[in-house]
Design a binder for this molecule. Structure first.
Ligand SMILES: [Zn+2]
Length: 477
């Protein structure tokens, strides 16, 4: 393992795109330009032990694989490590409806049959099964995203990572697409207590519909989602024409793609969209959802991205030197997910990782190559034409012209929010206590046995997912 000042993609032997990114001027004095960023890593203890069901593609165990790889590479020596507390019910209610949170709290595999009338209302069943200790799982990953957001808001870290978060489909009052609680919306709401504008970027292969919907009327959160878009692909939303409405008009951007997009096309489009978006919107914090189902060879995804290309998006966003909350998301080939997120942890921590995987507790999962960058690309025909990608780029540039004149983008001051500030200060103290407790124990260094928990067994379908609901459930910020 070698340490370098500034990992650049062009130095990577795994990708051929050697064009250098132009990096805009950084925002005023938030991060020191020439010192290594302070990275905080959040891994809820035992989050890898939950189980959606034998035939369900979502495997929380991938978080344990990721964490073990991160530790085996020695990345914990370059970051502060945290085992955050669970989110409280009150914290979940900052976004979610009380009857929905109450349902999540009460429902168990044993009593689920008595609550069938609520299944439709809250959209649980095949895609979102009721499994053992479901509410605790939600509290864990949401608590980690909230703690990570607070760490950034208190300026105790420049980058905060929670790979167990990023569940972007969950709605205010219902589950969707394997997601129950929307930790991203909760994290953004937390950041908005201090930050006038927050940029949300989503590179999961699925449209970030839950986050877009939550902030659809807001001009303080700009959402950008890169995803596969077709009528028969979950969640069926994310067309170019979805741009936000009311005060939020032009504050939702969508990049609809087709099967098989390759590294070069994806990265050049990503940079061509994100650079002007950041310089126009001028966020004071960024949230990046790194769903790994956009990698080649995913069980549900149909893109052709390599881990190096996926990580290049992370490196590019990091290069803007703004407070950055990095979250997980989809990803249905556990070994690829763990490799990808470990690699991206290295990118964020400024550590170059050896391509030979270190021996770790789950080494056999990485057979037969035991490499960080196995070949994942080129398996699916690329249906994105040069012309279609150029049309997307031009359309988005045009939308950004309108955005540049929006009053909220001209606003320099953080709006006064004394109550929010006081509440956050209290929570900040709590986090500090948690952090102190963390430092007394070895966060995540010991591997918990994978518990074979009781499984709800409600989901034995293919979990392809229904189309997103048409109703708008938003928070006005
Ligand atoms: Zn996804």
């Amino acid at each position: 393992m070698t340490f370098i000042d500034y990992p650049t993609f062009s130095e990577s032997p795994f990708f051929f795109d050697r064009r250098t990114a132009s990096v805009p001027e950084q925002e005023e004095g938030i991060v020191r330009p020439h010192s290594a960023p302070r990275v905080a890593y959040y891994h809820p203890k035992n989050v890898g032990n939950y189980h959606y069901g034998e035939r369900h593609p979502m495997r929380p165990h991938r978080m344990e694989l990721t964490n073990q790889l991160v530790l085996a590479y020695g990345l914990h020596e370059k970051m502060s490590m945290h085992a955050p507390r669970k989110a409280t019910e009150e914290e979940l209610l900052e976004f979610h409806d009380s009857d929905y949170v109450d349902f999540l709290k009460r429902v168990t595999p044993k009593n689920a049959q008595n609550l069938t009338k609520d299944w439709t209302k809250f959209n649980v069943g095949d895609d979102c099964p009721i499994f053992y200790d479901l509410f605790s799982f939600c509290q864990q990953y949401a608590g980690a995203s909230l703690a990570a957001a607070r760490k950034l808001s208190s300026d105790s870290a420049d980058i905060a990572i929670n790979w167990s978060g990023g569940l972007h489909h969950a709605k205010k009052g219902e589950a969707s697409g394997f997601c129950y609680v929307n930790d991203i919306v909760l994290g953004i709401l937390e950041l908005l207590r201090y930050h006038p504008r927050v940029l949300y970027i989503d590179i999961d292969i699925h449209h970030g519909d839950g986050v877009q919907e939550a902030f659809y009327l807001s001009n303080r959160v700009l959402t950008v989602s890169f995803h596969k878009y077709s009528a028969d692909f979950f969640p069926g939303t994310g067309n170019l024409s979805e741009i936000g409405s009311d005060l939020g008009k032009y504050f939702s951007l969508n990049v609809p793609l087709q099967d098989g997009i390759d590294d070069e096309s994806y990265i050049s489009l990503f940079k061509a969209v994100m650079e002007p978006t950041i310089t126009t919107f001028r966020p004071s914090a960024i949230v990046l959802q790194c769903g790994a189902d956009s990698l080649g060879c995913d069980r549900l995804g149909t893109f052709n991205l390599s881990i190096a290309a996926h990580g290049e998006c992370v490196r590019f966003i990091k290069s803007f030197n703004l407070p950055l909350l990095v979250l997980g998301g989809g990803g249905y080939r556990q070994s690829s997910v763990a490799r990808c997120w470990a690699y991206e942890t290295g990118v964020l921590a400024g550590v170059s990782l050896d391509n030979d995987l270190p021996v770790n507790n789950y080494y056999e999962f990485f057979a037969p190559d035991y490499q960080l960058h196995p070949p994942l690309t080129g398996k699916i025909e690329n249906l994105n034409t040069r012309q279609s990608l150029e049309r997307i780029r031009i359309t988005i540039r045009e939308k950004l012209r309108y955005l540049g004149g929006a009053p909220s983008v001209q606003m320099q001051e953080i709006p006064p929010d004394l109550m929010g500030f006081l509440a956050s200060e209290e929570k900040g103290k709590e986090e500090k206590r948690d952090d102190e407790a963390d430092s007394r124990r070895e966060s995540g260094l010991k591997d918990g046995d994978l518990l074979d928990k009781e499984v709800g067994g409600l989901g034995d379908g293919t979990a392809s997912g229904p189309l997103g609901g048409a109703r708008r459930r938003t928070v006005r910020i």
